[in-house]
Design a protein around this ligand. Structure first.
Ligand code: NAP
Length: 240
């Protein structure tokens, strides 16, 4: 069970890379028993070895994989719905498979994973869930319509789940990230920095910084906080 000094058992989706891996590293240093999931066996095993945790292979777009993940993970005190997928480009060029993949990984997978795990947290009377969203769920961005909408759905779930599971002691929050330096944004090169430059702090997030905020929301230090979407974007969505 999670206590102020013991984070308990933590399941991090998309723990094989970027922000998820940084969260796994941080929480394992804080004493958590870490379970990471993703599709890449080799990267997953590397993170499991490094964190002394377990890797469970699961494609969140596959309903059967999600059911297996729930069964194999067992009792989870903290769930980080971090795995994410995006395909950028004009709406007219968004393919149906691309659209379906964004909805499946960013919305449908986290929905059924949480719907299976949160009631078990509620039965035990405690638990925390942190959903990883994006600033483009709240602000329009050309080329990101389907991605932003799929994450806006995840933010709506955050509020609904806070209402649904809060009375049983389960907190649900989200972070809405600005540009962050991870594997997926490396290919953007200078574009990441120009995007980040438009924020008041004028900088991109490092994965370790995002992990600190997620770890706070997941921890007992955030006991009075639920149903919130916390911008982690160097001030971007608050500024003109
Ligand atoms: N980086 C940014 O600038 C930024 C900005 C806003 C929001 N975000 C959000 O932050 C989260 C983490 O992104 P990141 O930047 O750390 O990207 P990343 O390094 O590419 O990591 C994405 C993770 O999601 C997992 N994933 C992708 N598709 C999956 C699927 N079908 N089934 C299971 N796992 C899947 C990947 O695991 P496998 O490859 O092993 O499957 C990987 O571990 C995402 O939700 C993203 O939308 C990132």
């Amino acid at each position: 069970m999670a206590t102020p000094s013991d984070p308990g058992t933590v399941l991090i989706t998309g723990g094989t890379s970027g922000i998820g891996r940084a969260v796994a590293r941080l929480l394992s240093r804080q004493g958590a028993r870490v379970i990471i999931s993703g599709r890449d066996e080799s990267r997953g095993q590397d993170v499991a070895t490094e964190t002394g945790g377990r890797f469970l292979r699961a494609d969140l777009a596959d309903a059967e994989d999600v059911r297996h993940l729930v069964a194999e993970a067992g009792d989870v005190d903290v769930l980080i719905n971090n795995a994410g997928y995006w395909e950028l480009g004009p709406s007219a060029r968004t393919t149906e498979p691309g659209f379906d993949a964004m909805v499946a990984v960013n919305f449908r997978g986290p929905f059924f994973l949480t719907a299976a795990l949160a009631p078990k947290m509620a039965e035990r009377g405690h638990g925390a869930i942190v959903n990883v969203s994006t600033m483009v769920a709240a602000r329009g961005a050309a080329g990101m319509a389907a991605y932003g909408a799929s994450k806006a759905a995840l933010e709506a779930l955050t509020r609904s789940w806070a209402a649904e599971y809060g009375p049983a002691g389960v907190r649900v929050n989200a972070v809405a990230l600005g540009p962050s330096r991870t594997e997926v944004t490396r290919s953007m090169g200078d574009m990441l920095d120009s995007l980040a430059a438009a924020s008041p702090l004028g900088r991109a997030n490092e994965p370790e910084e995002v992990a600190q905020v997620i770890a706070f929301l997941a921890s007992e230090r955030a006991r009075p906080v639920t149903g919130t979407v916390l911008p982690v974007d160097a001030g971007r969505v608050s500024a003109l």
